[in-house]
Design a protein. Sequence first.
Length: 218
Amino acid sequence: MVGDEASTTDGVPARRAPGRPRDVRRDEAILKATLEILLDEDYQSLTIEAVAARAGVGRPTIYRRWPSKPALVVAALVDSARLAIPEVDTGTLRGDLIAVQRHQIVLMNAPMTRRVTAGLIADLATDPELGDRYISEYLVPRRDDVWKVLERGIERGELAPDVDLAFVYDLLMGPLFMRAVVWGQRLSRAAAEATADVVLAAFGTQPPPPAKRPPKAG
C-alpha cells in the first residue's frame, strides 16, 4: 500500500501515526532568545546561529519554524507582551491618550528600538509577504488598541464623531517615530502631553487645557 495507509497483519488498512507534534517550549525558547539578543546587541548582530546557541536548539529547528531572520524577528515582536499597548481607562480621553503615549515613549526610548526598527524595515521592503504579516500581526493590533481609546472618547462626547481614526493615530505616533527612530533623539516625558493636546485641539469637542507658563525668575 502507498500513501497514508499501511496494511496490518490481518489485511486491514491502518493509518500511519502522525509525526511528532511541534514542541511549544522550543518555540518559546527561540522567541525569548531572539528578544534577548535584540536587547543586548542589535538587529544587524542577530544571527540564526546565535539564537540557536542561546535557545539550546539546532539551526534546522529554527528554520523549520521561521524561514529567515526577518521572519523570526517579526514573530518575536508579535509574541512579546511587553510591547503591547496597555489597557487604560482614566475617565477622560486626554488621560487615556497621555497614558498610551507615555507607554510609547518608553518603548521608543528603549536602546533596541531604533536599531531593530530601522534594520527590520529595510529587510521587510524586499519581502512584501513578510511585510504584510508585520503590518497585520504587529502594527494593526497595536493601532486597534489605540482606536479603542479614541472610540471611547467619541462615546463620551470628547472627540468629534466623524474623526478619521487612522489620521489621528498617525498624528499621535508620527512625531514619536520621527524623533526616536529617524532622528535618533531621546523623547521627553512631555511629548505625551504635547501630542495628546495637539489631537484634542484639532478634533476634540472641549476646550483644551490652558498652556502652562514657565515660573517667573526670582
